[in-house]
Design a protein around this ligand. Sequence first.
Ligand SMILES: Cc1cc2nc3c(=O)[nH]c(=O)nc-3n(C[C@H](O)[C@H](O)[C@H](O)COP(=O)(O)O)c2cc1C
Length: 165
Amino acid sequence: MAYDEGILTDSQMLRSAYGSYGTGVTVVTTVPADGSPVGLTVNSFSSVSLDPPLVLWCLDKSANSLQIFEQTSHFAINVLAHDQVDLSNTFASSGEDKFSGLDYTTGAGDAPLLAGSVAQFECESWATYDGGDHIILVGKIVAYRRNNAPGLLYIGGQYARSTPA
Ligand SMILES: Cc1cc2nc3c(=O)[nH]c(=O)nc-3n(C[C@H](O)[C@H](O)[C@H](O)COP(=O)(O)O)c2cc1C
């Protein structure tokens, strides 16, 4: 099959090429010392290391929550289930109170753990790196849980459900 040749200055085309790599969908949450919880939809999540147990995700430097995540001691990664598209859209918006009416508990550092998620990783902030127009946040898992519900996927700019290949 023919390729569209990549033009590095065409960010839309580069974004589309990145989007050909399918991912799961997560909501990353935290709470500032004296404020309300914050969270955003994230598909840049990746597992990194088993020993020590490390994960990473990337945060856009233009996100409203940038300063809070740069300073937080803990955050939680909530891996979304296939029926949580609405939740993903809520946390992908820049609304004031994304947690209003939501069912959640709290984990390490009081980071929100969203009901119905497939897996929850409670993390201690481990390191932060510069990543161009994003920052790369590495977390050390201090507790986690999972169930067998099917996860929500994201590929080609669209949500999808997994079926075995
Ligand atoms: C499927 C999906 C994946 C996303 N992944 C990321 C991501 O990895 N990093 C990021 O910074 N923004 C990501 N976003 C965009 C943020 O969720 C969105 O900009 C959000 O409004 C930022 O919230 P804030 O500005 O309140 O912090 C994603 C959005 C969607 C729909």
